[in-house]
Design a protein around this ligand. Structure first.
Ligand SMILES: C[S@@+](CC[C@H](N)C(=O)[O-])C[C@H]1O[C@@H](n2cnc3c(N)ncnc32)[C@H](O)[C@@H]1O
Length: 347
């Protein structure tokens, strides 16, 4: 499973069954903090028309793959390179997997044999072998983009696949906030791009990128699902390496952890002072009668405070889900946690 804080893969049934109390078949559902796209994909599977967005670029690629593709694209711009049998997608991956390693940006900044440009000790997010394979793949994808050889959906599929495969071998304990001092056994495995499963069904969905509070005034939907960050940790800082894979750039890697500049993707929802007004903007300004908001017992606010805030907009009700969370053996956090779905029926 995708290691992403707040990934709702295990709560899909509760979220969608609550939503279906308020909407009919074929309705328009918005998922404006969509992350991995797991919830959007489930709404698609159930036959809804989906508008999905998030601040992060990696999320945009995930969402394009989860919502806008139903079969693998033709990669016709790469035809002359592809040999062997299988779908064009599989042949493109075989081509990328066979590239000679390149000692480039990932090798320099994120592997133990690299020498970071800012003079920090070398970092251990990936083995040197995997970092140089990632470099080779990134260079090739960028070349293809510059030559105009990829459609947007093809770029999305390749970057989504690269992110998922890199995530499998990243030497991290949960997020990319820092790397582990010793390589884990999964990080020692050789990276290989493996084809992802594409969903069937309608593709007339909308994928956007941006802050929900800025997009909401221009959106209409029958129901809007909001899955905000619950805690102060900014996603842009904790998933900086996925963002770099998504953008295909070579930003300054700062400090010991190699953090990219990330303030342009700062979220007001991670701060106590600004998150209430941000929620109020989204709910107040979007043309939508029903909002479902996921929240957690561990969140920045007691759920009662949000309940009071949302009461200004209409009728509020609360669903509680007892949820077994993932935790490491050393963790002092309790095994059981209550997740909430707050329903706001706007006046
Ligand atoms: C709890 S995660 C969502 C997880 C998602 N439901 C899933 O299943 O993968 C919160 C998401 O909110 C995004 N985010 C934070 N602030 C945002 C904002 N103001 N507008 C849009 N997205 C935001 C983060 O990038 C992150 O992907």
């Amino acid at each position: 499973m995708y290691r992403y804080i707040g990934n709702k893969t295990r709560l899909l049934a509760e979220i969608t069954s609550t939503a279906m109390e308020f909407i009919d078949e074929g309705s328009v559902v918005a998922d404006l903090m969509a992350g991995t796209g797991a919830v959007s994909a489930e709404f698609r599977r159930l036959g809804f028309s989906v508008i999905a967005s998030d601040i992060m670029t990696y999320s945009r690629w995930h969402l394009i793959v989860q919502l806008l593709l139903s079969k693998s694209p033709s990669f016709s711009g790469l035809e002359s390179l592809l040999t062997g049998s299988g779908s064009p997608y599989k042949r493109v991956l075989a081509y990328l997997n066979s590239l000679d390693p390149v000692q480039g940006y990932f090798y320099r900044e994120f592997s133990p044999e690299g020498i970071p440009a800012n003079g920090s000790p070398s970092r251990k997010y990936f083995t040197s072998e995997n970092a140089s394979k990632i470099d080779a793949i990134r260079v090739k994808i960028n070349e293809w983009i510059d030559e105009g050889a990829l459609t947007l959906n093809e770029e999305a599929l390749l970057k989504h696949t690269l992110i998922m495969s890199a995530n499998e071998v990243a030497n991290i304990s949960g997020t990319y906030g820092y790397f582990m001092s010793r390589f884990s056994s999964s990080a020692l495995a050789e990276i290989a791009l493996t084809p992802v499963r594409l969903h069937r069904g309608r593709t007339d969905h909308t994928v956007l990128q941006g802050r929900a509070e800025e997009l909401a005034p221009n959106l209409s939907a029958d129901l809007c699902y909001l899955d905000p960050p619950y805690i102060k940790r900014q996603y842009a800082a904790n998933y900086h390496i996925l963002e770099t894979l998504a953008r295909g750039d070579e930003p300054e890697a700062a400090g010991k952890s190699g953090l990219r500049p990330w303030r342009d993707q700062y979220s007001n929802l991670c701060t106590k002072t600004k998150s209430k007004e941000t929620f109020a903007r989204i709910i107040g300004e979007m043309d939508c009668p029903v909002f479902l908001i996921s929240y957690s017992e561990d969140g920045l606010f007691p759920v009662e405070e949000l309940y009071d805030l949302f009461s200004d907009f209409g009728k509020v009700s609360l669903r509680e889900i007892d949820y077994k969370r993932f935790r490491s053996n050393q963790s002092r956090l309790s095994k059981q946690i209550t997740e909430y779905i707050i329903v706001v029926e706007k006046r």
